[in-house]
Design a protein around this ligand. Structure first.
Ligand SMILES: [Zn+2]
Length: 307
């Protein structure tokens, strides 16, 4: 019988949940000062890992892979964690940033892969024993998952936050956007466990100064520019722009509703920046990662010091 047969293999080698898990296990053995927990569980039951560095009172959060095709952002954050740990041990600098100083003044939490199910769908396709198989067959009749951005049941996590959610619902209907690969916002804000997990982390994080959320692609630093944005956000964006060479985009159109940065800025008064990493067609290839990381590295390290 073919019940275990995989439906699609659009990408044989990129960074999936299994590889993430193996990396984290190797880090746990190597870096005793790195703390590790799950902030929640995905629709298909995968633990969503969070890695924490530092013991200062100011908190900063980095988030990767809201979107299935954007697993390169997980690789970027894993590299950041590894470099951070090595520089902490050696007492070195990243650009002008002293890593040991940041370690003592800040608590840095990194969620490298918020949407592990979506990443695995995009990389491996789905198995016919997937509990959502029939539902996915209806929402995605081609069963081609190479353009999959959503979570396991076809909700785009970066439209599921409680910021402009109901305004977006109107646009969603006008544009005939339904459950599927991208842009469907879900039944209600935080209906998806992945989004509820990160929102709860943010709500209860002590003295949270800022959030950086990584997507691909476009070489842009995005944040919603209006009266609810916390003071100083524009200066931080300009600094990040100088460090990366990326342009500042203050957002418009369908992409600027219901996202993590919208919610942080509008509802939580926490400055949050969406970094569109690299340039090209998603999914960006794994071999593009070193060049993209080189552009972003100093901004990753400097971000806590700007908050
Ligand atoms: Zn994205």
């Amino acid at each position: 019988m073919e019940s275990q047969k995989r439906m699609k293999f659009p990408n044989p080698t990129p960074f999936d949940y299994q590889q993430l898990t193996e990396k984290i296990i190797s880090f746990e053995k190597r870096y005793p000062f790195l703390r590790y927990q799950y902030i929640g569980t995905s629709i298909l039951g995968k633990g969503i890992p969070a890695l924490t560095l530092g013991n200062g009172h100011r908190s900063v959060i980095y988030v990767g892979a809201h979107h299935g095709m954007e697993w390169l952002t997980s690789v970027l954050l894993i590299q950041f964690i590894e470099d951070f740990c090595n520089l902490y041990e050696s007492g070195g600098l990243a650009g002008k940033t002293s890593v040991r100083a940041v370690f003592s003044t800040h608590t840095i939490t990194v969620i490298p892969m918020l949407n592990p199910d979506g990443v695995d769908y995009q990389i491996h396709g789905i198995d016919s024993d997937n509990p959502l198989f029939e539902r996915l067959k209806r929402s995605n009749p081609s069963m081609d998952f190479s353009n999959w951005q959503a979570n396991a049941r076809g909700v785009d996590l970066n439209h599921n936050y409680d910021a402009g959610f109901w305004e977006y619902k109107i646009l969603e209907k006008e544009n005939d956007i339904k459950e599927g690969a991208t842009r469907y916002s879900g039944e209600s804000p935080e209906s998806e466990p992945e989004v509820a997990a990160i929102c709860n982390l943010i709500r209860f994080q002590k003295d949270l100064r800022g959030v950086m959320t990584l997507h691909t692609q476009g070489e842009e630093i995005c944040y919603p520019f209006h009266s609810t944005v916390p003071k100083g956000a524009h200066a931080i964006a300009r600094h990040l722009s100088l460090l990366t060479g990326y342009t500042i985009n203050t957002g418009n159109g369908l992409s600027s509703y219901g996202g993590l940065s919208d919610w942080c800025n509008q509802k939580m008064s926490i400055p949050s920046f969406t970094i569109e990493c690299g340039k090209g067609k998603n999914p960006l290839p794994i071999h593009a990662m070193p060049g993209i990381y080189t552009n972003l590295k100093n901004a990753f390290f400097a971000f806590p010091t700007l908050l």
